[in-house]
Structure formats: C-alpha cells, structure tokens
Write a protein that binds this ligand. Sequence first.
Ligand code: HEM
Length: 208
Amino acid sequence: MKLLNKPLKLSALQIRLTKTLLHLLILGWVIITFYQSVTDNLGADPVKALIHFSGIGALNLLLITLLISPAARYLPAPALMRFRRMLGIYVFVYAVIHLLTYISFELQFDWSLVVSEIIKRPYITVGMVALLLLTALTATSPNKVRQRLGKRWQRLHNSIYLVVFLALLHFSWSRKTGLQEPLIYWFIALLIVLPRLQTLKQRVTRSR
Ligand code: HEM
C-alpha cells in the first residue's frame, strides 16, 4: 500500500532549499548547544551534556538515514534519496564532534590516557570501531569513488548495519543505570532493520 497517490517529486530548487535548511538545522543545533555550554546554560555537567548531545545526535541521524530508502520506496518519494548521502555524512560529523568533545574536555588531550581508555574500556573500543567504519563509509560516499569500487561499494556500505549494532552496544554499555533509553533505541532499530533482512541477505549473496 502506498501512502501517496502519485510519487512525490521535487524540483532542483526545492531540493537545494531543503538541503540548505537541513544544513542550517543540523549545524545550527551544534552551534547553539556549544554556545549554551560556554554561557553556562547546559546544566551542572556541561561536558557530559555535550557528549550526550553529540552521541545521541549521531545515533538519531544514523537511524533517520536508514529510514530514507524505505520511505522513498513506500511513500513513494524517490526525491528523498537525494538527501541520504548528506545525512550520512552528518552522522560522521556528529560522531567526530562526540570524540573530540571527549578527548578535549574530558581527557584534556592526555594522549596516553586516550590510548589506555580505548584499550581498557570495552565500550570505548566498540565506539572507536563504529567510528572507523563510519570513516570508511564517508570516505567512499562520493559518486566517483562509488563507480570505481563497483560491486565492492555495496558490500562495504552494508556494514552500516554493523555500525548501528556497534553504536547501540556502545550506548547501552556506557550506561551503568537507566537502560530504558538504550532499550527504546534497540527497539526502533529492530523495527527499521528487520523488514530489510531479506533484501540484505539477497544483496550479500549477489555480491559474492
Ligand atoms: C571514538 C569513538 C567514541 C568514543 C571515544 C565515545 C565516547 C563516549 C563516552 C565517553 C560516552 C559517555 C559515557 C558516560 O556517560 O559515561 C559516550 C556515550 C555515548 N556515545 Fe559514544 N563514543 C564514540 C563513538 C560513538 C559513536 C560512533 C556513536 C553513535 C553513532 C556514539 C554514541 C553514543 C551515545 C548515544 C552515547 C550515550 C550518551 C548518553 O547516555 O549520555 N558514540 N560515548
């Protein structure tokens, strides 16, 4: 069943305007939150609040990015696919901000501490692996690289599901108490990923 009577189409101008709006919203949110932290408006522990904001922001953007292609197919609204790469890149940007906030404000650029945190704390190790995978996906996102990689591109980009799993594991593991929020995210991620398992299996078989 389709929700729209005819496929939603957007003109080049509408796509450009929507992209500009998304840039303003996603980057504006970062600027406003960091401004609140320097003006003492982010609660008793601004560093924790910034780590929370960037971590949850990256996760939300990741799930929204995964929703784009089913939404484009089932609404139908193929034009939505024009925003997928941009949102995917912002997942990476938020994750990098998350890491930088942690290294600068929490660990005060103590590099030996950074290395020991990555090795000794399993939830940090998991977050690091997720970020390394996101880096590979972002670096191979331009169309030219996609064409050059051919079939290998899809195989590599299927690892976005592994990133979701690692990010959720990292999130849950970072919590000593209050597992309600991570559990809600696991549930939403399952709702998004489960209907796509069949397609994913076919893709993996085909790419072999
Ligand atoms: C180098 C990689 C990473 C490092 C060093 C890192 C570090 C951290 C730290 C220190 C926390 C706070 C734990 C606490 O409250 O004590 C945290 C929480 C979190 N991280 Fe990461 N992280 C990394 C990658 C990621 C990635 C890739 C994502 C998502 C795509 C992510 C999402 C989250 C979320 C959702 C939380 C929970 C925030 C909260 O409960 O306040 N992290 N991370």
